[in-house]
Design a protein around this ligand. Structure first.
Ligand SMILES: [Zn+2]
Length: 162
């Protein structure tokens, strides 16, 4: 009856409460090491304890649900500096962030490359990548990155080989 171009709305369209969105799939991510170099003196510091942190990642578009990384990370004590510190996770997410770099990079790309305002960008991220990010959060990221026009402009110039 219908061809492949039939419009099928997203099943979550119209949901107004975040709590009604599909529940996230939990993925364990381990960075719980016995030793790690001290960021101050590079001395191999022993683990003193471990803790967990949840990070929202790009979702599972096949299952249609979000993905949360449950990160187990170690906390260390440097006997030389006599200081405690957490193992470095800055390659996965910025300090204190609830989202991975993958999500932040994608959100900024959607705004800068597709020239989308923040609210439609928030829907785009949910619809196509199954990660819910409030539009104000996206705005903070883009503004923290600064010069959104300049960045896109610079990339375009390098693209044509100028
Ligand atoms: Zn140290």
């Amino acid at each position: 009856m219908f061809g492949p171009g039939e419009y099928v709305p997203d099943p979550t369209e119209g949901i107004v409460d975040v709590k009604d969105l599909p529940v996230p799939k939990l993925m364990a991510y381990d960075r719980n090491h016995k030793h790690t170099p001290c960021p101050r003196c590079s001395h191999l510091a022993s683990r003193h304890t471990s803790d967990q942190r949840t990070l929202h990642d790009l979702g599972d578009v096949y299952a249609g649900c979000p993905v949360d990384l449950l990160v187990t990370y170690s906390s260390h004590y440097c006997s030389k500096c006599r200081k405690y510190f957490n193992i470095d996770l800055s390659d996965v997410a910025p300090p204190g962030s609830h989202y991975t770099h993958r999500v932040i990079d994608m959100a900024v790309r959607v705004v800068v490359e597709d020239s989308l305002p923040y609210r439609p960008a928030s829907w785009h991220l949910w619809r196509d990548h199954r990660v819910f990010v409030p539009f104000a959060t996206i705005q903070n990221w883009v503004e923290a990155g600064g010069k959104k026009g300049a960045r896109a402009h610079g990339r375009r110039i390098s693209g044509v080989g100028a």
